[in-house]
Design a protein. Structure first.
Length: 225
């Protein structure tokens, strides 16, 4: 990964919980997280303001906004992406959308001993499924993101929040179990762009009653090994 450029970066991610980070030139100035997944709307902007105050910066000083595009549940994920988009538009700032799983992968590579092979990052997708992606030892995503039942994932070393939910079906190893908003802000600018569209992977729960819920084409076939 390239070295971060000199800029004040505000990071926002609501793919799991509410996470906000602020970093200057790759140095974390402030972070905030709220574990209540139902409080995205009420808590996100106050958390942004809190981080700015902790970092002794003002919103008008921000040079770039990094936002996690998921995958994640529809409503919570949308709150973060819409908020980041509105702030970027109002302040005429560049908006860099990334895969939220890439942040967890960056955390793992930064803090773990050198990996000997590929690993997985997993988060809770509810409905007894997980969101996941596959990474090479350097933390580069080489597959995904997908949504599958945990038993269908490759038997590879696995980190992320879903490991503790399915310890008997995922090959959990020491590593991050939650997204670090400091890493999001400090390293997010250098993670690969994931475009601008939310990575829902599924249709929203609030669909027309005459339609059956379905999984989109991102579902990965059964794989093992």
């Amino acid at each position: 990964m390239t070295e971060p450029s000199h800029r004040l970066v505000l990071g926002i991610d609501t793919s799991t919980t509410v996470n906000v980070g602020l970093a200057w030139d790759g140095e974390v100035l402030a972070t905030g997280s709220i574990g209540d997944s139902r409080a995205h709307v009420e808590q996100l902007m106050p958390l942004v303001q809190h981080c700015l105050a902790d970092g002794r910066r003002q919103l008008r000083e921000v040079d770039q906004i990094v936002v996690g595009l998921g995958p994640g549940p529809f409503t919570g994920l949308r709150v973060g992406i819409v908020t980041a988009g509105v702030l970027a538009a109002a302040l005429s700032l560049p908006l860099h959308g990334i895969c939220s799983l890439d942040v967890l992968a960056a955390q793992h590579v930064r803090n773990a001993a050198p990996a000997l092979g590929d690993f997985l990052v997993t988060t809770d997708a509810r409905r007894r499924e997980v969101y996941w992606a596959r990474y090479d030892p350097a933390g580069r995503r080489v597959g995904g993101p997908y949504v599958n039942p945990p038993a269908e994932l490759p038997r590879l070393p696995t980190v992320g929040p879903a490991v503790d939910l399915y310890p008997d079906r995922l090959l959990g190893v020491p590593g991050p179990r939650r997204l670090d908003p400091g890493v999001l802000a400090a390293m997010g600018s250098n993670l690969p762009t994931a475009g601008s569209e939310p990575l829902y992977l599924r249709r929203a729960d609030a669909t027309e009653p005459t339609r059956r819920k379905s999984v989109l084409a991102h579902r990965q076939p059964r794989v093992r090994g």
